[in-house]
Ligand binder design. Sequence first.
Ligand SMILES: [Zn+2]
Length: 186
Amino acid sequence: MSNGSSSGGFSEVPEAGQRERNWEILRCGATEALKFVILSDQVTGHSLHFYGGRSKPCSRPGCCEGCENGNMARWYGYLGAHAVRGHDLAVVEITAGVAERFQEARRKFGTLRGLRCRLERRGKRREGKLIATFLPANVALDELPVSINVLRMMCRVWEIPEQLSVPRELLSQALNLGNKREGGAK
Ligand SMILES: [Zn+2]
C-alpha cells in the first residue's frame, strides 16, 4: 500500500537505499598506477578501524568499540570515479597522506569533478605513500555520468545511519590530521 516505506515484507518498489548499488571500491596497487576521471565534487572520508575482517568507522574515543579494543583508527577518503580499471563507475579509496593534495586540487580547480587523476605508490612499494597528479577536465562536466553518492554508499557499507555521518568541519579536521603540518595548514 505505502510506496515502499515499510520495512520487511512485500512492497511495490524497493526502499530508497536498495535502489542504489554498492559500487566496487578500488585501491591503488603497488606497481600499477590507478587512472580515473573524478566524478565527486570532493573527498568524503572517515577514521576507520580494521577488525573482524572489515572496516568500521570510529565513532570517537570513549564511545567506540574499536578504540576500546586498542585498535588504531586511520583516516580513509572515498571518491566517485569514472573510467577506472575497466569500470564505468567505481569508488576510489585514498589515504590520509594524499588527502591534502585533493583538497589543493579542489581549491585550484573549484571542484574535483571532471579532473583526470593518476594515483601511484612512491617507490612502487605496497605501503608506499600515494602520489596524486591531476589534469584538467577534457569533457564538459554535464557530459560526465552523475556521481555516485559516496556518503550514502559508505554509510550503507558501514551500517551507520546517514545522519551520523561526519559534519564537514570534522572532515577537514581529519584532513588536517593527515597532513605533515607543513606551513600554514589551518
Ligand atoms: Zn574508535
